[in-house]
Design a binder for this molecule. Structure first.
Ligand code: ADP
Ligand code: MG
Length: 617
């Protein structure tokens, strides 16, 4: 008896495997686009003919491949993205199975052209029936171009199963859109039968959302943004009036991977309850990001379903985040967006902060801001010189004792009217000295020759004012927002913001125009605690508009004054001992510590003699 078992030839095995990965032109489109994304491309162009049946070509400007890799890329299980089993749990690329190109090469005639930036010549490879038929060195741009012709030319049964061109084209556009929505920072274009269908410049999420959903969504999106240690949810939901009878415009991305999830859809629908008619569907575009170890993307070959380590938490977060967003934008002002009681018991919610994170947060407090003292010490030569001038200016004014003698009046000395340096700086206070905060407004401290009472808000205003002023010479450090905040303003406010944007940048606010009267806050000053940047800017504009100071002030001066006033700790805020010391130290480091920019004294000194006098018979 002859043996009956034999190994399938590679190209047959690949064809069978290909059935899983490449079901229709759109699946090939998805794989090729994702490979381009994984290659770090910033520009990805898709060309199709005949709804992908005749041609699918993706051209990217990513990192390209060398000649060997170009030849190996089409082998089954050829991947550069994982090498150990552990890698599977830390996947940050779209692909990892090494199946896509092998599958494509099994069912279409493929040509590849690719070049890395460091290579002078690129590589061209031709493949048919899974075999490399030709390879040569070619001149080509950096990046990769893969074209596949005559999909399923060698599997007629499959070819016959393809739907009409319009149906297949619809699938292609769907995949194209999903990838483009997941990566708004990348330029994407699509042309079909030589005609331009889309070209979407890279930019912020909202811009991409509007490119995809249409201009009418400009004012119809509510920003969602919730952040915990466990996961973040960002994106947009359409205002209730954008709800539709069909399930279009509903997108979930988990770690930038489009997923379908009836369960999470339910969470959103639930959040919209009472706001839209039962038979309508809300539109949404939600991005969930979490530690890759918490999700299993390996459960389905086309990777649209996903398994979460704990999907109850995800459900609850999605629902809470959407409710919160709707409530914040007063679409639903009275909604209660607290988490379900059961969910609140869960550990991940109970302890959203690790100790380390907690420490980092508290470190961003006033104390940290002050104790860095970086700006105060960054005094350039010329600034030192002006400090000298300032000193001599004040030494001409009678000192406390002299003026008291001259006028025979009280020993109480307002800082604003005396030369500190002649008397020694009363703000130089021992670190061990105990300070008292009075009415959460004043700090009482012993000084060389008596005691001083510092007004915490006014003192901080001076500190910030000088810090911002110095930033003009040396721009203030910016911290990039992880989730840029979108600001939608009235026409007049938008013009105003436009006007002061440059100055805000110097202070550390990175704001970019973002379509009609909208702006996106990409970064905030390094020492401002992030979280309510939107509010801060709105308030700033308000103050700026009503700035009562002299008209002669420059725009920047006004801005700096507003900022200092706005960001100063307020009267009524409890300060720790450390914070009080830090505040006094920063004030002491100021060029003009005695008064605020608008002239109010920052502290008052009571001389020992005066105190003595109070108690004499
Ligand atoms: P996977 O994406 O799962 O790794 P693929 O079959 O899609 O598998 O691709 C195989 C390999 O070919 C990738 O791991 C990558 O190294 C390389 N590759 C594919 N497409 C590109 C591209 N556009 N640019 C650079 N390298 C690519
Ligand atoms: Mg891939």
């Amino acid at each position: 008896m002859p043996n009956t078992i034999h190994l399938l030839p590679d190209h047959i095995a690949n064809q069978i495997a290909a059935g899983e990965v490449i079901q229709r032109p759109a699946s090939a489109v998805k794989e090729l686009l994702e490979n381009a994304v994984d290659a770090g491309a910033t520009e990805i162009k898709l060309y199709i003919n005949d709804a992908g049946k005749a041609l699918i070509q993706v051209v990217d400007n990513g990192k390209g491949m060398n000649a060997t890799d170009a030849n190996n890329a089409f082998a089954r299980h050829a991947t550069s993205k994982i090498s150990t089993i552990e890698d599977l749990f830390q996947i940050r690329t779209m692909g990892f199975r090494g199946e896509a190109l092998a599958s494509i090469a099994a069912v279409a005639q493929v040509s590849l052209k690719t070049r890395r930036a460091e290579d002078e010549m690129g590589t061209a490879v031709e493949i048919e029936n899974s075999k490399v038929t030709e390879t040569s060195a070619v001149a080509c741009p950096v990046g990769t171009s893969i074209s596949m012709k005559n999909l399923f030319f060698n599997v007629p049964a499959r070819r016959n199963f393809l739907k009409s061109n319009s149906a297949e084209l619809k699938h292609i556009i769907e995949e194209f859109t999903r990838v483009a929505l997941a990566f708004p920072e990348i330029y994407f274009s699509l042309s079909s039968n030589g005609q331009d269908v889309y070209h979407w410049e890279g930019g912020p999420f909202k811009q991409r959302a509007i490119q995809v959903l249409g201009n009418s969504y400009q004012t119809k999106l509510v920003t969602v943004g919730e952040k915990t240690d466990y996961l973040t949810i960002t994106g947009f939901v359409g205002k209730p009036d954008t709800a539709k009878k069909t399930r279009s415009d509903q997108y979930f991305f988990v770690n930038r991977r489009f997923i379908k999830s009836a369960y999470l859809h339910h969470a959103v629908a639930n959040a919209f309850e009472g706001l839209i008619a039962k038979e309508n569907f809300p539109s949404y575009l939600l991005y969930i990001d979490l530690d890759p170890a918490q999700v299993d993307i390996n459960v389905h070959p086309t990777k649209q379903e996903i398994k979460f380590e704990d999907d109850k938490i995800i459900y609850s977060f999605v629902q809470a985040a959407v409710r919160h967003a709707l409530a914040q934008f007063s679409v639903a002002p009275s909604l209660d967006f607290s988490l379900d009681a059961n969910i609140q018991q869960l550990d991940a919610i109970q302890k959203p902060f690790t100790d380390e994170k907690y420490n980092n947060t508290t470190k961003q407090s006033l104390y940290e801001g002050f104790s860095k003292k970086n700006q105060a010490h960054l005094i350039s030569r010329s600034e030192n010189a002006s400090k000298q001038d300032w000193k001599s200016f004040f030494t001409d004014i009678p000192t406390a004792n002299e003026s008291q003698e001259a006028a025979g009046e009280s020993y109480i000395v307002k800082a604003s009217s005396m030369g500190l340096y002649k008397e020694g700086n009363p703000l130089q206070i021992e670190e061990t000295a105990s300070l008292v905060q009075l009415h959460q407004t004043y700090i009482v401290a012993p000084s060389h020759s008596g005691m001083i009472i510092i007004h915490q808000q006014l003192a901080h205003e001076r500190v910030l004012y000088e810090k911002f002023q110095k930033a003009s010479a040396q721009p203030h450090a910016t911290q990039k927002s992880l989730f840029p905040v979108v600001l939608e303003l009235s026409v007049s406010d938008a013009i105003l913001l436009e006007d002061i944007m440059e100055d805000l940048a110097i202070i550390g606010y990175e704001i970019e125009p973002f379509g009609q009267n909208s702006f996106i806050i990409q970064g905030i000053p390094a020492d401002v605690i992030s979280g309510n940047e939107k509010n801060a800017i709105e308030l700033l504009l308000e103050q700026f508009k009503h700035f009562s100071g002299d008209i002669k002030f420059s725009k920047r001066e006004k801005l700096i004054r507003c900022m200092a006033r706005q960001m100063a700790i307020k009267a009524g805020q409890a300060l720790s001992h450390k914070e009080m010391h830090a505040l006094i130290e920063s004030l002491s480091d100021c060029d003009i510590p005695t008064i605020t920019a608008s002239g109010a004294p920052t502290y008052v000194e009571f001389k020992e003699d005066y105190l003595d006098g109070l108690f004499s018979k």
